[in-house]
Design a binder for this molecule. Structure first.
Ligand code: FEO
Ligand code: CA
Ligand code: CA
Ligand code: CA
Length: 669
């Protein structure tokens, strides 16, 4: 590895101008290389991707809609080497699919009977991938198409359950009659990692994949409440996969996506509990392709968006911070019951370390006070309102509390947030950062200090927090074990031209205005050569600003909680009345935040990591061209990257991009 000096940390590039070009734009002095794209082969003998809808066998190809990712170093001899910056495994989520580009003529409707071949392809294009990447001559990076480390984890991959819900009735299905096993993971959005070098993938919008409506007569009242709270309500499932087989079929690959508990169901057709098998954090050992992923039920079940560890301190109980991405949902942290032993970082049975630290502990939900303080309330069965005598939601066990995490958090009075997306931790201070991407339901009646904006932003005619913000939290005593904290708001998204009193509260300029913050991660090179100068990557998933610019990634040099002041937000825009809120706002990011990258048309920028030396950055480009059709795609990327153009009609593909600085330095500094 190469030692790089950062003295002092400073933003080392000129801001990229907002644009709607169909390429990835980075600052002068940087180079973009395209890595694994949707459909690229990851095993020997798999045909090159034709990209015309005829391709099959996604279980041996890169999946679709690249999302959260993590780099795990490999030595020259192919063993785990956390310090390696020249060879590694990149584990990445494939969150969803663009069906219009997966099939020859687009996609059949989820309301009809789906062709088996289409359903197989769609299912296998979801999940997670492990790909080996190596640095070649001239600092060019590429994945190794036939590496023995390469692996696809799909919604069909066998998994086991760990923690308090393992072996309970909630998880019993025709596939697992004792509730200890299941198959696959789906809608994997953000991610996390562990100090023992495993990957944590998070199941976000899993609810929509199930067919469910119309079975209330065969459900308990608690089940109906829980399914409604989770949003398991589709009459077809997002892609209609269950329609491939008949309702009385004993098939377990397609029938499982129909979760209706119908009268007369048999043991082989009653998949009523299959939705309970999703909504978890899943631990994967990237170094052992044959390892079975473990679903860690102690971390709760909701729309998991990221699972980021607090700083690991020997002798202290470690914590992982997690958002629940839906409007007016909550922020959680899991605190292990087991104090950290530093030697465990080098353990060779990595999933056993997950058993040690992630299966026993306490899940907490955040309550924010208007005065800049807050508390973590425990989701522990038998305490507070989490008992059988709760009149609204009676709880029967800790497994019940965890399967129905949102109901338990409701009972505890958690603070509803503007869609909690990624969590990130400042390696120098341990402070937690949380993106709150936007909220069209943040009505004036629901404004609070932590979620203070409900403004009109024409042409929208309803009040909302259209542009989102980033909250920051400092634990009492700077320990992951804390039960209380201080908070403020690091940055408010806004167009630089918007009302500085009520909307552009962070004073954003043309060099750093953004909307809908989502991906968030501190750079690994924050502490190269002991400089201890943290910097944070911020990615957007925006619909409010895309008339001006494609989605983007910025770099920020953060301060610390309460480095700004208290401020009253009036939301007085002269068009629809006034609401007020008091918030604690950090020092305006102003010159400490700068736009580094713009993605291609119709994409989201999501997922970021670097090599340990910070000299190579990996970024996910998700669903370019998502608004297009097979005959009229709105993007042709990444075929456009080299020259800016591609043959008309070229289908777009999600991809990983590799970014290096031409002078060999740390990317961004
Ligand atoms: Fe998959 Fe919350 O974004
Ligand atoms: Ca996201
Ligand atoms: Ca998002
Ligand atoms: Ca997206």
């Amino acid at each position: 590895t190469v030692s790089v000096t950062i003295a002092p940390a400073a933003i080392g590039f000129a801001a990229v101008a907002k644009n709607k070009n169909d390429v990835v734009t980075v600052p002068a002095g940087y180079t973009v290389t395209i890595g694994g794209r949707t459909g690229d082969p990851i095993a020997a003998g798999v045909a090159a991707y034709a990209n015309n809808g005829t391709d099959t066998n996604f279980a041996q190809r890169v999946g679709d809609q690249h999302d959260g990712l993590n780099y795990f170093g490999l030595s020259a001899t192919g063993t785990r080497d956390d310090a390696s910056s020249t060879r590694g495994l990149i584990v990445q989520n494939y969150e969803n699919i663009l069906t219009q580009y997966l099939h020859v003529g687009g996609s059949t409707s989820p309301g009809g009977v789906r062709p088996e071949s289409e359903a197989i392809k769609e299912i296998e294009a979801h999940g997670v991938g492990v790909l080996e990447y190596v640095e070649g001559a001239g600092r060019s990076w590429a994945y190794v198409p036939a590496s023995s480390f390469n692996r696809r984890i799909t919604p069909n991959t066998p998994m086991t359950f760990s923690g308090p819900v393992r072996g309970t009735d909630y998880l019993v299905t025709p596939y697992s009659t004792d509730g200890t096993a299941g198959r696959g993971t789906i809608n994997n959005c953000a991610n996390g990692s562990t100090a023992w070098a495993t990957y944590l993938t998070c199941e976000e919008n899993w609810a929509g994949y199930f067919r469910r409506s119309g079975d209330n007569a065969n459900r308990t009242a608690k089940e109906i409440t829980a399914l409604a709270r989770a949003g398991v309500s589709s009459s077809t499932g997002s892609y209609g996969w269950s329609t491939v087989v008949a309702a009385d079929s004993g098939n377990t690959l397609f029938r499982r996506w129909d979760a209706r508990a119908t009268t007369g169901g048999t043991a082989t057709t009653d998949w009523r509990n299959e939705p309970n098998q999703f909504g978890w954090v899943v631990e994967i050992d990237p170094y052992v392709p044959t390892s079975t992923p473990r679903k860690r039920t102690a971390l709760g079940r909701f729309n998991h968006e990221g699972c980021w560890p607090g700083n690991m301190v020997a002798g202290r109980k470690p914590a992982w911070y997690m958002g629940d991405d839906a409007q007016n949902e909550y922020l959680y942290k899991f605190v292990s019951a087991t104090p950290w032993t530093a030697n465990d970082a080098a353990a060779t049975d990595r999933l056993a370390m997950g058993d040690k630290y992630l299966d026993t502990g306490i899940l907490y939900v955040a309550v924010f006070n208007a005065n800049g303080t807050g508390e973590w309330r425990p989701l522990v069965f038998g305490t507070g309102p989490l008992t059988a005598s709760n009149a609204t939601y009676p709880f029967a066990s800790q497994a019940d509390v965890l399967v129905n995490t949102r109901l338990a958090a409701d009972a505890l009075g958690a603070t509803p947030m503007d869609r909690p997306e990624w969590t990130a931790v400042n390696p120098a201070t341990g402070e937690l950062y949380l993106t709150l991407t936007n909220n069209s339901s943040r009505t004036p009646a629901r404004v609070d200090a932590t979620n203070p904006r409900a403004y009109l932003d024409p042409p929208s005619t309803s009040r909302s927090n259209r542009n989102g913000h980033i909250l920051r939290l400092r634990e009492a005593g700077d320990t992951t074990e804390a039960l209380t904290f201080a908070w403020d708001i690091y940055a408010f998204g806004a167009g630089s031209d918007l009302d500085p009193t009520n909307i552009n509260l962070s004073g954003l300029t043309a060099d750093n205005d953004f909307s809908s913050p989502d991906g968030l991660r501190f750079g690994r090179a924050s502490n190269v050569s002991g400089q201890n100068k943290p910097f944070v990557w911020l990615q957007t998933d925006d619909g409010a600003f895309t008339d001006v610019t494609n989605n983007q990634m910025l770099l920020g040099l953060p301060g610390s909680v309460n480095d700004g002041g208290t401020r009253t937000v009036s939301n007085a825009d002269g068009a629809g009345g006034t609401v007020t809120a008091v918030t604690r706002i950090g020092a305006a990011p102003g010159g400490n935040l700068r736009r580094f990258l713009i993605g291609p048309v119709d994409c989201e920028i999501t997922g970021v990591d670097s090599t340990p030396d910070g000299r190579t950055l990996f970024v996910g480009v998700q669903h370019p061209g998502e608004g297009g059709t097979p005959t009229a795609p709105t993007s042709n990327w990444p075929a456009t990257q080299a020259s800016g153009t591609a043959p008309a009609g070229t289908r777009p593909r999600s991809a990983l991009v590799v970014i290096t600085k031409n002078d060999g330095g740390v990317v961004g500094l």
